[in-house]
Every structure is written in structure tokens, then in C-alpha cells.
Design a protein around this ligand. Sequence first.
Ligand code: ME8
Length: 669
Amino acid sequence: MSRFYITTPIYYINAEPHLGHAYTTMVADAVARAHRLMGEDVFFLTGTDEHGQKVERAAQKAGLAPRAFADRVARSFEALLPEINASNDDFIRTTEPRHYASVQALWRSVRDNGYIYKGKYEGWYCTVDEVFVPETQLVDGRCPTCGGVVEKISEESYFFKLSALQQPLLEHYRSHPEFVTPAARRNEVMAFLEGGLEDLSVSRTSFTWGIPVPDDPAHVMYVWFDALTNYMTAAGYGSDDPLDQARFEKFWPADVHLIGKEIVRQHAIYWPAFLLAAGLPLPRQIVSHGWWLMEGAKMSKSKGNVVRPHDYIARFGLDAFRYFVFREMVFGQDASFTDEAILGRYKADLANDLGNLASRVVTLLHRTCGGRVPQPSPALLARSEERAVLDAASALVGQVKAAIGTFQLSVALRDIWELVGLTNRYIVAREPWKLAKDPDRRAELETSLFVPADALRVIAELLRPFMPTTAGRMLEMLGCPAHPASWSTLAAGTLQPGTALGQTAPLFPRIELTVEALRDMAHEPTASSTASPAKPAPQAAPAAAPAPAPAATPAQEAPVAEQISYDEFMKVDLRVAKILEAERVPKSKKLMKLRVDTGLDTRTIVAGIAEAYEPEALVNRTVAIVFNLKPAKLMGIESNGMVLAGSAEGGRPFLVGFETDLPPGSRVR
Ligand code: ME8
């Protein structure tokens, strides 16, 4: 059995995961699932990148030791995986002992082969990207990649002889034109390589949060040397255990490192250079996708202009969210995430095209064929309309496989929707509801329902990697076995006549959401954006709670927050405040802008209570607020704190009050 090893980047844990991270993991997931369906032995890896200056600083800011901070935030990346239905086989954290062993083994190999020497690094460093930036590449004194501030560093450092590997790398690129894809990225890398390479600083001495350099623990390794090696660690590299060694033999080199376009250089130059220096095989392909943009800028943790996957999954359902991101981003290009687009695709592509097709066919089969797959007539199946649908379904299998092979998920889905459209048109032309009224046309009726049912089966089998739950439900409705059919034998015409069908259930229920409601949601703080970055916590502040979920939302139990210590609780500075002014935020149904007297200052707080209170009813009210919450922008207004309110599940918020009027500034405990 051939094997397939695919990885995502390991994500920095300096903030909560957002759509960008979820996207890469979902694409890798869809590709991994497709390869399993093609009969391959798949290993799909994702994880977290936990060392380095950026994380050390984020931990300091959170008042935690780096390891404790890493343990907390890594959990939110791990928790995202079931939420997006990722079928990863392993989750690696760079703080695990297996990884220390592996990175140190790679370092020793590279060093013993003569590629590491000691020197002094003087120059610029961008902590956001964790990269050294040559002075000539600064743009207005800032990082050319993220535009962030760079710092001057001057310290003893080990260097990696990258310059010595320029020719071997160029040769590899020339003999493996598919090594980096898409071609635009490959061309950039080639141009960079041809321009010559400087040796790379691969250790730091000015901080300690990293993997110690073997035999010189005053140095910690450069975080990219550490991070890139994760791909080998998880396959078993550096382990003494014979089982791990056998796994490494089997799965290394990786088939695909799937990444965003901003980290191509590290993957396409540094990583193969380290491996060449150690005498290890290179990965087969570096595949990079474009960026999700918000209002024209890259969505990023550092900028905070992010889409929180959970917000959309809760409203549209996971598979609709997966469909949208796969369909919307053309491979290799950037894409804008807009509420209009996700709503539009939900209604048109999912509810209308696919959802209606499935429920129409299965309902008609229940009504007219006793809830069983009918027996088609061979003569009628030979007609050109029937052949057109069934031939298109058979051809689609190859098309989808080819599109997945080149990571064109949007093309695969577009092709599947061509068949959805063709099948819908077939039904409209055959009008089985009319045939059902005429007993003499029974054979025509049965054939005209067999054809779309069979096409739907192929569609569902092909949708498995993209929308696993929906595909399963479609197949259940069609009475097909729950275990996936192998794509190697998948073809049209094999639905078994006589099979009992399952119940019809709407795949994509009607939702009443509007673009305005989605926009409000995006601006509302959640506990995870305002409290600790530990995990997707329950709504801490009902005053800013999101809209009650629509009917499409799967019922979910309200999560309970983990226990905290007295000291942790006391970090929250709760105080009495008096509302001085209140006005609705224009274009928002939920948000109210409040001017409050906190006893220590007067400040603006934006609260999600506009549906529950009139502005005039709020003036002069005494409320409880979180005084020391970091400022956040809501609909362009800076909010400094949070007003406390309680609400029953999905109900209106009621402000927290006091039995007597306490003076503003009084502590609440
Ligand atoms: O770079 N659009 O981690 P990171 C699409 N730890 N994808 C995006 C995105 C966006 N706006 N933002 C992030 C690191 N991503 C290193 C990687 S690998 C050995 C070390 C996705 O947390 C995309 O896959 O900054 C991108 O490459 C990755 O998240 C960067 O995650």
C-alpha cells in the first residue's frame, strides 16, 4: 500500500487560532481524507510551535512562565481540531521530549558534517516573524514581510553554512520542478537562490526559551531550526525505539508540507538546506496557499483583524463553513472573507442546489417507489439524457482526484456542483412527479428517479473529504453503507435496486441570518478574545453575548470554565461604575456606546445590550464593570472595559445591579 505523509505548519501559540490556521488544517484534512479514500496509508500531522522570543514575550505579558503559558494556549489549538473535524494522526508540540531529542540529533548531524560554526550576529531581528532581516531588506526601517518593528541584536551565535548549499539547492530545484508549487512561489525562491545565500544565524543567547544547543547550553536554537524539524520528529526521527525508527523509514520524506505563502522561504530554502547538510532525504513538495484577507489586509494574530471559526461554525454548521472556505479560495491566490459571500453560498450552493436536490429525490422515492431504490430500465438508461448524467458522474471521479492532486479544492467543488446542476436539470426535464400519476409510465418513473439517486450517491462519496458529515447523511438517506466506498472503484450506475432508503432530513436548514447580524457578531468580544488566551471559554460577559444561534446550529452544551485560583480571580478588577451617557452604535442592532464614571476616570465602554435597553433607561444607572480589561475596538469604537450582565440561554441580558447605590470606583468581589 502506498503511503502519503502531509503536514500543516505548526502554529505559534502567541494568540488564539483564527480562520487562517483553521483553513490550512482543513485543506490538509480534506487532502488527507481523499488520499485515504484512494487507498493510501496516510499520516497527517499538525501541531504547535512553542519556543522563541515571540512566545517568551507573550508569556511574560500574561504573567506566566513560558511552559505554563504554552500548556494553556496549545490547548486552544488542539481544541480547534475536533471543532473543524480534522482527522490528524498526530499533534506535535515542540515542547515535548521527543522533539528535543530529534532537534538535538539533527543539530549534531549537521554540526558533525561541518555545517555549523561559531561567530557573532549583529543585525536586525523581527520577533513577529522570528526572522533575521538583512539591513538592505528593511522597508522604511521595518520588517519587509509583516511591516513590524525590528530590533537590533548583537550576540554570540552559531551559524549554519547556508551559502555552501546554494548550488546543491539550485540543482535540486532544476531536477525537481514540482518541488515548490504554485509556480509563482517557485520562481520567487529560484530568484532568491540565484541571488546568493548568506550563512544563517541558528542560535540565540539573549533569551532562554528554546531547545539548548548540544554541548553549549548557553545557546538556544533558532526557533526555525527547532520548528521545521517537527516534521521529522513526528515521523520518528531521533528516537531509539525501533518502532519509531521503522515509522521514520516508512514515512520520511514527507509528501507535502502545506503552508501559507509567507513562510515559503523557510520551507523551501532553510529546511532542504538543513536536510542536505545532514544527508537526509528532502520532502517531495512544498505547497503554499494564499492569504485570507479582511478588508484588504492579511488576517493575522498580530493585527487582530481575524475571523473566529467558531462564530461561523456555530451559525452555519461545520460542513457549510468547510465548503465555503474550500470553494472560495482559488488555490495559490488570496481571498477575501466576506459575510455576503458565505451567506450567498449557503443559500444558493448548499440549501438551494444540493440540499433541495437531495431532499427532492429522496422524498419522491419515498412517495412513489415505496422508499426503495427503483429498478431502472436498461433501454431507458441508454437514452442520451440518462447517459449524460451517469457519464458525467463517472467522469467526475477522475476530475476530482486530479483536482485534489494539484490542491485545487475550489475546482473539485466547482466540478461537483456542475453535476449537481446537471442532475437538477435532468429532474426538471423528466418531471417524475408527473410520471408518477400515470401507471403506464412506471418504468420511466423508476428510471428517472434511479438516475438522480445514483448521481447523488457519487456526489456524496466525492464530498466525503470536504464535508464528511453531510456526505454521510446523504448516503444514509440513500440507504448506502456507512463505510466509505473506495474511490478506486467508484463509478456511476451501481446503486443497488431494492435498497431501503433512510429518512429525508434537510441537509442545510433555512437560516434567518443577515449580513448585519454577522457583522455585529464579528465585532462582539468573546471570552476568548478578552480574557486569558487559554481556551475557547464560555461567554464571560452576557452583556456582549452573540446572537442566539439559528435553527441550523447543532445543540451544544454550555461549556463550563476550568477552575481558577483565588489569585487568578483577583486579577480581574471589578468595580462599581455609573452610566453618564448612552447611545446606540450606528449600524449595530446589539451594541450600545456608554460613557461611564468609574470613580477613577470617565471612559467609553461598548456593551451588547442595545436590544434589551433603551439608552435613556441606562443613564444614571449603577453597574458593575471589568475595569482592567484591555481596550478592544468594536465597530470602530474603542471600548475600555466590560459591563456585567446575566442572561438565560439565548435570552435578553439583564444588567448586574446593587441593592443600594454604591459610589463609583468601589471594588466588587
Ligand atoms: O508561521 N490566511 O506560525 P503561524 C491563510 N510557527 N492562512 C493563514 C493566515 C491567513 N491570513 N494566517 C495564518 C508560523 N495562516 C510558524 C510556522 S512551521 C515549521 C512553523 C496559516 O502561527 C498559514 O498556514 O504564524 C500560515 O503559514 C500559518 O497559519 C502561520 O501560522
